[in-house]
Design a protein around this ligand. Structure first.
Ligand SMILES: Nc1ncnc2c1ncn2[C@@H]1O[C@H](COP(=O)(O)OP(=O)(O)OP(=O)(O)O)[C@@H](O)[C@H]1O
Ligand SMILES: [Mg+2]
Length: 242
């Protein structure tokens, strides 16, 4: 029974705290994400979303608590190949072409295949020879997404992936996320955009390093007492802040 329960969770964060000097970035966070789920992290600037994502990837170690990803306690280097991470600020090699960047991330994750597919997904195949430094901001964002998913990871962590992406492509990104999740990929995505929050299966509202509320968009609306998710979110944030 215990093993079956554990298998269901791609990510299990238990009572994690993390401080940077006097700043308490995370304060006793517990959350679990099921395999194949799209889980949205919402919260204001400085709430702790990026810190939580970096802890899940294993780039940071927590002061207290445990992070388990795909059955392994993090940090754990071998698990990294099963994780795709799109950082909030594009982490690309500006002097390399779009294709070279994606090939590089494929190679370090032991996956040579899939470069063309990833470039087509983000609609950059025609621009594959362009040097990244010459791309528009939204194109750079798209290239980062291709780098994060080229090795077909089991867990995809996306830190505000659609900032600067035009509305048509944003819809396509979400359609791709939905398809990937249906095929078993677990996706954790941070966002400030409410229509994106609506597309997540479950949401965690983070404020001051704590999980304020958790649930499906419908449950969050009920908890916040509004049919409008943004209003519900603001109501929940206000309740706890006072
Ligand atoms: N490396 C660091 N050194 C010092 N302080 C940090 C560091 N990383 C994060 N912090 C602090 O931790 C808090 C949480 O930051 P974090 O980046 O996790 O927020 P966020 O929810 O991702 O915000 P945003 O929506 O602006 O991206 C902030 O007060 C931030 O200044
Ligand atoms: Mg952030």
């Amino acid at each position: 029974m215990a093993t079956q329960m554990a298998d269901a969770w791609a990510v299990d964060v238990q009572n994690v705290s993390k401080s940077f000097d006097e700043i308490k970035a995370l304060d006793g966070v517990t959350l679990r994400v099921k395999r194949g789920e799209i889980y949205g992290l919402l919260g204001p600037n400085g709430a702790g979303k990026t810190t939580l994502i970096r802890l899940i990837v294993g780039l940071l170690e927590s002061r207290a608590g445990t992070v388990t990803v795909l059955e392994q306690r993090m940090p754990n280097v071998p698990v990294l190949r099963q994780i795709g991470y799109m950082t909030q600020q594009a982490a690309l090699y500006p002097g390399l072409s779009v294709e070279e960047n994606v090939q590089f991330f494929a190679a370090i994750n032991g996956a040579e295949e899939g470069v063309k597919e990833a470039l087509e997904l983000v609609e950059l195949y025609e621009r594959r020879s362009s040097v990244v430094a010459t791309l528009s901001g939204g194109m750079r964002q798209r290239c980062s997404l291709a780098c994060a998913l080229v090795h077909k990871p089991q867990l995809l962590l996306l830190d505000e992936p659609t900032v600067g992406v035009d509305p048509q492509l944003r819809v396509q990104f979400w359609e791709s996320f939905r398809r990937m999740a249906a095929a078993g990929t677990t996706i954790i995505v941070s966002s400030h955009v409410m229509d994106e929050a609506e597309r997540c299966q479950r949401l965690g509202l983070i404020q001051y390093g704590k999980v304020l509320a958790e649930g499906t968009p419908r449950e969050i609306r009920t908890l916040g007492g509004s049919q409008n998710l943004e209003e519900a979110f603001l109501a929940l944030a206000g309740q706890k802040a006072s």
